[in-house]
Design a protein around this ligand. Structure first.
Ligand SMILES: Cc1ncc(COP(=O)(O)O)c(C=O)c1O
Length: 410
């Protein structure tokens, strides 16, 4: 078997695709684009073609690609120490936790490596704190990740198919239907876990009243309210944490994706009284809170603050609204548009996969979820010009999709 004798950055697009299909497991439905470089909301493939990226790293690159402050922090930290085990004091971890707690509501932090791992830990913490109560109510169409507890919490049977039996104790209520939640509560219910805005589920936000009712119910029944904020925090909704946008404080929240500006990191935050249940020996993660990730996280929060990104999200949200409104007026195929902060969904009358492909061919990267919902998770520092350019390409691609789907729309 021959090994291609080049550096990864010297491979051609075709060589990358060949290696991928031969050596990587086939679990991802991969687009053919071979992105090798990024800057802000722009990326380039191995052949030098430029794309506008309105879905950077599936929401991971919230600061855009390669934010200079994060790049510098990673470089600087890598030259000092990568990682120190969690049975020692870790300066960057303690410092980052202080920032998170101060921007939040005085919670304590546990660091992991991914969103699913953070949710896994949150579920363990809820069971530990509430024992012997163990049941957790989540929502239909939710998405909480791919580990066993996370797929068990996920209210979409397709994610559990082939993996049953899943972890027992989960039941699924209807989003924004408080009675459906109440009907599932019994003496063994430990917690209610929701995404404040369902991302994979089609960019659908919980109502403030719904979240307030969940908060009240949890307090009354001694249950914990858990927010899965893997997509909504930090900053994505125009506030440091998504719960601040809704004005409802959960007992436990999780985050990941853009928390460390592109470095892998997951986070659990819990109020100290709940966090106290996580005594030595109950939970751990070898890589969790490693120094490079935490240095990147610190730089991410500093960059959001110094570059005024929360303000940018608030200021440019209405620009998205206007452009989506124009799109809906121009294209009969747009059934609904939805936006909370910088989580954007455009529901079509037909499958969106072809539109995503056409946009890609025309230099625009977006996503489609739930079959028909075009989705954008733009960088917090995107500009008005970049948004205009993206919608100009999207408008053209939608018009050509309408022409192709004329029969289905008639
Ligand atoms: C709301 C939510 N929870 C959990 C996850 C899982 O995160 P990860 O893929 O980092 O495990 C995701 C990923 O998209 C998510 O959107």
């Amino acid at each position: 078997m021959s090994i291609i004798n080049k550096k990864p950055c010297e491979l051609s697009s075709q060589e990358i695709r060949d290696l991928t299909s031969k050596y990587l497991m086939p679990n991802y439905r991969r687009l053919p684009v071979t992105v090798v470089r990024g800057q802000g909301s722009r990326v380039w493939d191995a052949d030098g073609k430029e794309y506008l990226d309105l879905f950077p790293g599936w929401g991971v690159s919230g600061l855009g690609h390669c934010h200079p402050r994060v790049v510098e922090a990673v470089r600087e930290q890598a030259g000092r120490i990568f990682h120190m085990a969690n049975n020692f004091q870790v300066a960057e971890q303690a410092y980052f936790a202080q920032i998170l707690s101060t921007k939040g509501s005085g919670q304590q932090c546990f660091f992991s490596n991914s969103g699913a791992e953070a949710n896994e830990g949150a579920i363990k913490l809820a069971r530990l704190y509430c024992q012997p109560k163990y049941k957790i109510i989540t929502l239909m169409n939710s998405f909480h990740g791919r580990t066993f507890a996370a797929i068990s919490a996920t209210g979409q049977p397709s994610y559990q198919a082939g993996f049953t039996p899943v972890v027992p104790g989960f039941s699924y209520a209807i989003l924004n239907d408080f009675e459906s939640v109440k009907a599932l509560v019994d003496d063994e219910t430990a917690a209610i876990m929701v995404e404040p805005v369902q991302g994979e589920g089609g960019v659908i936000a919980c109502d403030v009243q719904f979240l307030q009712s969940l908060r009240k119910l949890c307090t009354e029944k001694n249950m914990l309210l858990i927010f899965d904020e893997v997509q909504t925090s930090p900053a994505r909704l125009g506030t440091w944490f998504g719960y601040q946008h809704f004005g409802v404080v959960p007992d436990i929240m999780t985050s990941a994706k853009s928390i460390a500006g592109g470095m892998p990191m997951g986070l659990i935050m819990a109020r100290p009284e709940v966090a106290a249940a996580l005594k030595p020996g109950t939970h751990a993660s070898t890589f969790g809170g490693n120094s490079i990730g935490c240095a990147a996280g610190i730089a991410t929060f500093q960059a959001i603050e110094e570059d005024g990104m929360l303000g940018n999200i608030k200021a440019l949200g209405p620009v998205f609204d206007q452009m989506m409104g124009d799109l809906a007026n121009d294209c009969s195929c747009v059934k609904a548009v939805r936006r909370t902060g910088f989580m954007i969904g455009i529901e079509l009358a037909f499958d969106g996969a072809e539109v995503v492909q056409d946009c890609m061919d025309n230099g625009l990267l977006i996503n489609c979820t739930h079959g028909t919902v075009l989705r954008m998770l733009p960088a917090f520092n995107i500009t008005k010009d970049e948004i205009s350019r993206g919608f100009e390409i999207l408008g053209r691609c939608l018009k050509s999709a309408v022409a192709k789907n004329a029969g289905a729309l008639a």
